[in-house]
Design a binder for this molecule. Sequence first.
Ligand code: 8YV
Length: 308
Amino acid sequence: MKRVLQIGDFPPEVQDQLDAEFRCVSVDDLERDPGLADGIHAIVTRSNLVVPEDVVERLPALGIISTCGVGYDLIPRALAARRGIVVANTPDVLNAAVAELCIGSLLALLRRLPQADRYVRAGQWQSAHFPLATSLAGKRVGIVGMGRIGKEIARRLETFGVALSYHGRTDQKLAWRYEADLATLARDADILIVVAPGGAGTKHLVDARVLAALGPRGYLVNVARGSLVDEQALLAALEQRTIAGAALDVFDNEPDIDPRFFALDNVMLTPHLGSATHETRAAMAQLMLDNVRAYFRSGRALTPVEPD
Ligand code: 8YV
């Protein structure tokens, strides 16, 4: 039985398959018995967990790192590339779930649904109507990162009667307007949606200058990675009403996020729920496992991450 290093847990139906086909060991097992290292051929993990570089360096037979998630910003890819280790992720199977969470959060933010729910529970409706909120229809929406998930969000948003533009590394010649300058996209948008990959290349892409361009009537939605937004600049913009509000599913230092967010009523907070549905997580974990199987069969993964 091939030995696999498991970092993180998986749905039972996939864990059962893993245990039936492989000898799964944990990092703690490795600490207890360093001799296990030589026989480890694969790492299975989740995209919200770090794959420590020093652990990879101790695994001479490692051939694949297969993550349950589309993000790979917590995997030491440069080391993997040097060692010829395949990195595989789980694209596409989570696009719909993340797009749904994005649009649901946006509507909840604009219509202030969490506040309205609390308003009714507090019995305040008897004494006054809940204040009017703002519509999505007619808004100008800028999407930062027009990849697979960005396109799913854009297609769904079209049905809400909004004007769509996007920013990314390249003009993909799509039906939606491309804006090469992010601050210009923010200035010309009422809503800025962040859905680009995390990592060093996109760190703090949305900074104080972009937030100032978005302006006091502008809204930010982040369903990608906390690292894409300068969080201290965002907190200041929310506290000083430099922007109107934000819906955030991802943060720096999850799950120990900055407590300054808790006092704000112009931000909606969700605990990294993008792909958090039974159906989606099952499909993600299954693809993570199938990537390992394919690699052991053919030396190639089904959905490898292409080198930069
Ligand atoms: C996580 C995600 O993978 O896919 C990603 O990149 O961030 C999420 O889907 C998920 O939270 C892992 O458990």
